[in-house]
Design a protein. Sequence first.
Length: 337
Amino acid sequence: MFVGMSPMRVSFAGGGTDMPEYYEKYNGSVVSTTIDLFTYLVYNPRNDDSIQAFASDFESYQGLKKFKDLEYQLGTEIAISAVKLLDFKQGGDYLISSNVKPGSGLGGSSSLAVNCVKTISSLQNKKFSNTEIAEMAFHIERNILNHPVGKQDDYIAAFGGFNFIDFNSNGVKVSPIKLSSSVSSELQENLMLFSMETTRKSSDVLKNQLELTKNENKDTLESLHYVKKLSEELHDSLKSSDLQNFAEVLNKGWNAKKKFTKEVTNDRIDKIYELALSNGAIGGKITGAGAGGHILLYCEKNKQNQLKEKLEKLKLTFVNFNFHSNSPKVINLYEHK
């Protein structure tokens, strides 16, 4: 039995500029880190050539089928896409799960796509680079399954750690961000993550954003240009250990992101965010495409109890997390007996 683990992420600035429709014309950049919440792919070899897949988060099941008869079904479609893309015909049982609900805005779909490519290629003894894994994962999401996603989540999961990522028509460059242990600890201590207990289909938000970008909508493009500059400013803040400005850039970025498309926010999210700012938070953002999922906030330690109490009254759930610096891995349980 083999277990693949791939981290999820929080993206701090630049989201939206990782769409090919944007960066191939204007270049894009994001700042992000992986965290210790994961997607899991368990593979158990079979003695025949049949394949079945279970997705516990979706409560979905793809019954025993031969390779040529595999179908794309909700919950198992990413794993099956990877099996078919990599032409992995060996029989097996696949179990797919994660630490958070689908639609939580923490890059779970891309983490899973990276996980599936990494795990299956490892079973085939193929040595793909992180870039190759990220590109194949993106190909699965964007070109095979037609999800209107950008590239950042695939690269974040494939490389792991704190990174500044550049996107342009010539390729993608991942530059690790080196934080001192004291700055990393302070940043970790001051970031708070809450589940809003509402999930959403990111495609519903991103489809409209994608169309507005392709059609060169003035407000959307101006907002994207602005958040790209903010990613550079936030990167500079981290390099200079200026966490106060880091928090303020988060706030600027969220206000700009709301102009991408009207689906990004709603009355409940606006109420939550304003309450957070009035109870100690300096800045924050809704993770992922917006409209639901999780909210990330920067709040200094001495004000966190008050903030936590206020948000829990609005039925939000505090989520404990830590920065995670490693790329995906595959564990062979036969070697751990």
